[in-house]
Design a protein around this ligand. Structure first.
Ligand code: ZN
Length: 216
C-alpha cells in the first residue's frame, strides 16, 4: 500500500507485536499501521471516551504548556485559532481564550461542526491528533490550506527514535495510534508544505507558514 503520509509505494515491515504490524515508508520514514488493523469508528470512539482530558485538569494543562507557552509568545493579540481534534474537553482552546484569542473547536466525535473549512486561521493546533490520522497526507494538506500566510500549525505527537526503541515504546500500544512521525517524516512534511519547523520539545513543534507560500 502507498505511504499514508507521502504516498510513496515501497515500505518495509518495521515491527510486529501480538496485535498489529507496523510498516515504515522507504521515502519519508513514516511508520504506520496498515488499514486492516485500524479500529472501526465505534471502537475508536469507545477508546476516546475512556481518557477524557478535562479543561481544568492542571496536569494536562502542564503537559500542553510545552506547546501553548511558546505558541502564545509568537501570537498577535486576538488571533483566530482552530483547535483541530480537540476531544471532549478542549483544554488548549481554554488556555488560548484566557489570553484573549478566538478559538473554534473541531473534533469529528465531539465538535463535528465543519464550517471551519470555509475560514482562514492565524493558528491551528492539533495536540495528540496526528498519530490518529488514517490519511495524514490529505488531512494535513487540507489543514495547511486553512492557515493564513505567516500562520502557525502547532503539533504535539511523540516521535519515533529508532527500531530498537520502538519495540519498547508504550506509545505504539494505544490501538487508536496508527501513524508515527519522526524528525525525518516531519522534514518530508515541511518540504511538501513549504514550512519551517521549530522544535519546542521532543513531542511539541510548530510548523511556520512562510509569507509567500507556493504550496498552499
Ligand atoms: Zn512516506
Amino acid at each position: 500500500m502507498p505511504c499514508p503520509l507521502c504516498l510513496h509505494s515501497g515500505d518495509t515491515l518495521y515491527h510486529v507485536d501480538r496485535r498489529r504490524e507496523y510498516h515504515q515508508c522507504a521515502q519519508c520514514h513514516f511508520v504506520f499501521v496498515p488499514p486492516q488493523w485500524h479500529l472501526s469508528a465505534e471502537e475508536e470512539k469507545a477508546e476516546y471516551d475512556k481518557h477524557e482530558n478535562t479543561v481544568d485538569d492542571p496536569g494536562y494543562r502542564r503537559f500542553l504548556s510545552r506547546l501553548s507557552g511558546p505558541l502564545l509568545a509568537h501570537m498577535s493579540p486576538a488571533s483566530q485559532c482552530l483547535e483541530f481534534g480537540c476531544g471532549p474537553g478542549p483544554a488548549l482552546a481554554a488556555v488560548l481564550r484566557e489570553h484573549g484569542h478566538q478559538v473554534v473547536c473541531f473534533d469529528p466525535n465531539y465538535f463535528p461542526d465543519t464550517r471551519w473549512q470555509e475560514r482562514q486561521f492565524d493558528v491551528i493546533t492539533a495536540t495528540e491528533v496526528i498519530e490518529h490520522l488514517a490519511d495524514p497526507h490529505t488531512e494535513l494538506t487540507r489543514l495547511w490550506a486553512r492557515l493564513k500566510p505567516r500562520g502557525m500549525l502547532g503539533l504535539m505527537s511523540k516521535l519515533v527514535l529508532n527500531a530498537e526503541a520502538f519495540t519498547r515504546w508504550h506509545y505504539k500500544n494505544d490501538p487508536t495510534h496508527i501513524g508515527f512521525f519522526s524528525r525525518q517524516s516531519l522534514a518530508w512534511l515541511c518540504g511538501h508544505l513549504h514550512a519551517d519547523i521549530e522544535y519546542l520539545a521532543d513531542d511539541a513543534y510548530i510548523l511556520h507558514k512562510k509569507r509567500l507560500n507556493v504550496g498552499s
